[in-house]
Structures are given as structure tokens and as C-alpha cells.
Design a protein around this ligand. Structure first.
Ligand SMILES: Cc1ncc(COP(=O)(O)O)c(C=O)c1O
Length: 424
């Protein structure tokens, strides 16, 4: 086998996205250690340089100088960012996506709208590997509406399969399923669901399907159009590099807009909003899923992040996501599996992270951070290691895994506390 370091060098040299790293702030000033290796872009992406500049002009030239007159152009920001997302990231038509609220709030709005559109149906299907916020939102929707939640018991390391979904539908009475809501890329294992096959199953059952794209957007192509998927939500602070707490987004297939009504009737969804009329008449377009005033500063930050992804192109991003995952798998097999770490992700294609299991994962996580590498810890006993296609290098993956090997070989992690901090 070719030397693993030589492989990293070759892969970096041949990386068509290599120049994108320079579009991000990667300064020693931003890091406590000079040689910090950031493997957590799937929680919070790095700061694009363009965003820093955009924030300055948004503050000085727009808010500072234009004052309320800025609304003449801010009024379309949610749609402008939605269109950039639709065409540059999600592969759908302009007018099918909108930047607004957060992933969880958008999930609530679309789940309610979907259930309203399937009156008389009594079941929502999800899985117990779904992101907790999604589970809670769906539990709340089901409880309030008197529906039953059919929960697929997923294998945490393999994720929910198409067969699992088919079996769940088969357990329900005919014509009873209103909605199926799942992650496209599983937040824990990185498993990629077969969106096309699952959507087909949902449609065959007469249900609508609602995808969580938080870990896909900007890392993995989303075949929403090919699948004729109905609904989706996501966030922009992970692989879209929109900044901490950046707004979320929603997608609604074009032909569904006028059939669906979301539960929070706000003035940003109203026809002729500034007529200030009494009766709610939602616009016959994606903006009917907006509720409130657009968060302009955060929205600009999200838009700049989306534009970097758009410039790189999802084809090239997906090729690098796959290559980084395959390279990390090799390092895991050669260096970490012999020391008791186990793969907690599917082999082959995944989202842009790999997850490893070890009984002392929390201590390993802290020891790794102390050695200048930032991963995530996820329950139960898992290290989640993210590779950001736009700025992670293969050499960084090599060096990061080498530091982890030293930690497990020397058992230096045993000196770190077993009690977890509030944020993991
Ligand atoms: C897969 C997934 N879904 C939903 C959420 C919730 O996002 P938000 O807090 O923006 O609503 C997250 C947050 O990390 C996530 O990873």
C-alpha cells in the first residue's frame, strides 16, 4: 500500500477545490494553537472572508447609512438566498427554497402543513436515530393532532434503510400514513438515505415526505428533483458556512405551494404585505412559508456562505466528500482499529463525517482537543469527525488521525475527566 502521507500529498495536489481554502479565515489569531486542525465543520463551518467584508458593508453602508430605506432591497433577501440555495446547492428550481427561521421551526411549519393536507390520516413515521429536535417537533405535532408516531428502531451505526421504511409503512393500516420525516444524512453515523426510493415508498402510500438536509446541504447532493420530494428543511451554519445561529431554510416542491398552508400566519407570507389588510391571504409562492421579518445581517452571512458553495459546485464538493471519507477510512483501518476503536458509520459513501466508537470516547475527545484537533462527541460513546470539502486538506486528516493514534497508543486520554461538559 502506498505510504499514507504520500497519498495525502498527492490528493491535496490534485484537489480541484484546493484554492477554496484560501476563501476562509484560517488565521492563527482565530485559533489558540497555530497548528489547529478543525474537524468540526459539520457543526459550525469556518468564516468565509467574503462574509467578513459583507458584514462590514452591511453595517456601515446599509444599516448605518440607509437606515430603514434598506428595506427596499432587504425585503427580497430571503428569496434571493433561497434561489441561490435552490440552484447552487439543492438542485431545484428558483422559487422552491426560502431562507427563513431555523431547521426546527421550519420542520414544525411543514409537518403541520403536510398533516393538514392529508386529513383523516392518523400516522407520522420517523426513526429513533432522527435528530432529537426533529423527534421532539414531530412528537409535539402528533400529540396535538391526536396522531400516532410510528418510530423506526434504527441501527445507530448503519442508519435507517429503505427496507426499514417499507416495513414501517407495512405496519400501518392502509391509507393511514400522512407524513414520513427522516434525515437525508444521519447526524450521528453519516449514513445517506436513499431519497429517491424512500420518497417513492411514501408516495405509493399516499403520504408526503419531509427531509432534514442539515448534514447534506453543501456536502452531499440532494436528489430532491429526481425524487420529486415534497418538503425539506435544513440549516446554513454547518457545511454552508453561514455562521453561528445562521437562519435555516425550507424547500417546498413548486406544485405544492398553493395546496399547503403553514400554521403560523405572519405578515411576510401575506399578499400585498404593506396594504396591512385584516384577512390573511398567503401569496401563491414560496414566500407563503415565511412568517416574520428577515434577519438581515445573519441572512447576508448565510448568503455569502451559500455563494462559496455555489462557486465550488456540488459535483466537485461531492467528489471531495467521498475522497476524504475513503481516505479517513484507510487511516482508521491502519491506525485506529488495532487500538480498539470501532467504525460507527457505514463504509463507502457517507455524508462529510465519519464516526468512531470507543467506550472512552468523551475522554478521547478532550485529549484530542488538547492535542490541537477539534472533533465532536456524540452519544453514546462516539467521536464524530467532520471533513469540510471546501477547506479541509488530506494532510490535515492525516495529521489529525496521527495525533489520535498517539493518544490511544499511549492511553494519555485516561488523564482527562469522564464527566461531560454542557456542550459536547
Ligand atoms: C440533523 C439536524 N437537524 C436539525 C437540527 C436543528 O437545527 P436548529 O437548531 O437550527 O433548529 C440540527 C442541529 O444541529 C441537526 O444537526
Amino acid at each position: 500500500m502506498k505510504d499514507l502521507f504520500a497519498q495525502a500529498k498527492e490528493l491535496d495536489a490534485a484537489d480541484p477545490l484546493a484554492e477554496f481554502r484560501d476563501r476562509f479565515v484560517i488565521s492563527p489569531a482565530a485559533a489558540p494553537q497555530k497548528d489547529l486542525i478543525y474537524l468540526d465543520g459539520n457543526s459550525l463551518g469556518r468564516l468565509p472572508k467574503a462574509t467578513r467584508e459583507r458584514m462590514r458593508t452591511a453595517l456601515d453602508d446599509e444599516w448605518g447609512a440607509e437606515l430603514v430605506r434598506g428595506w427596499d432591497h432587504w425585503i427580497t433577501l430571503a428569496r434571493e438566498a433561497g434561489d441561490a440555495l435552490a440552484t447552487g446547492v439543492l438542485g431545484v428550481d428558483p422559487g422552491e427554497a426560502l431562507l427563513c427561521d431555523t431547521a426546527s421551526i421550519n420542520l414544525y411549519k411543514l409537518a403541520e402543513a403536510a398533516c393538514d393536507a392529508r386529513p383523516g390520516r392518523t400516522v407520522i413515521i420517523t426513526d429513533d436515530d432522527n435528530f432529537p429536535s426533529d423527534q421532539y417537533v414531530l412528537q409535539g405535532v402528533a400529540q396535538r393532532r391526536g396522531l400516532r408516531l410510528e418510530v423506526i428502531r434504527a441501527d445507530l451505526d448503519r442508519g435507517t434503510t429503505t427496507e426499514d421504511v417499507a416495513a414501517a409503512i407495512a405496519r400501518c393500516a392502509p391509507d393511514s400514513v400522512a407524513l414520513i420525516s427522516l434525515q437525508h444524512v444521519a447526524y450521528r453515523s453519516g449514513n445517506v438515505a436513499d431519497m429517491v426510493a424512500v420518497t417513492r415508498l411514501a408516495h405509493d402510500a399516499g403520504a408526503l415526505v419531509l427531509w432534514d438536509l442539515c448534514h447534506s446541504a453543501g456536502a452531499v447532493p440532494t436528489p430532491l428533483r429526481e425524487a420529486a420530494a415534497d418538503l425539506a428543511v435544513g440549516c446554513t451554519y454547518k457545511h454552508l458556512n453561514g455562521g453561528p445561529g445562521a437562519p435555516g431554510f425550507l424547500y417546498v416542491r413548486g406544485d405544492l405551494h398553493e395546496q399547503l398552508r403553514q400554521p403560523i400566519w405572519g405578515w411576510f407570507g401575506q399578499t400585498d404585505q404593506f396594504a396591512m389588510g385584516f384577512d390573511y391571504r398567503p401569496v401563491p409562492a414560496i414566500e407563503r412559508f415565511q412568517v416574520s421579518t428577515t434577519p438581515v445581517l445573519a441572512g447576508y452571512a448565510a448568503l455569502e456562505g451559500i455563494r462559496v458553495t455555489q462557486a465550488a459546485g456540488m459535483d466537485r464538493i461531492w467528489a471531495k466528500t467521498r475522497a476524504m471519507g475513503a481516505y479517513a477510512e484507510q487511516l482508521f483501518d491502519a491506525w485506529l482499529a488495532p487500538h480498539g476503536l470501532e467504525l460507527a458509520s457505514p463504509r463507502g459513501d457517507r455524508g462529510a463525517h465519519i464516526t468512531l466508537h470507543h467506550p472512552a470516547a468523551w475522554q478521547l475527545c478532550q485529549a484530542w482537543k488538547a492535542a490541537g484537533v477539534i472533533p465532536d462527541f456524540r452519544t453514546p460513546d462516539r467521536l464524530r469527525i467532520g471533513f469540510a470539502p471546501l477547506y479541509t486538506t488530506f494532510a490535515e486528516i492525516h495529521e489529525g488521525f496521527a495525533r489520535l493514534r498517539t493518544i490511544v497508543e499511549s492511553r494519555s486520554y485516561e488523564a482527562f475527566p469522564v464527566e461531560r461538559s454542557r456542550v459536547t
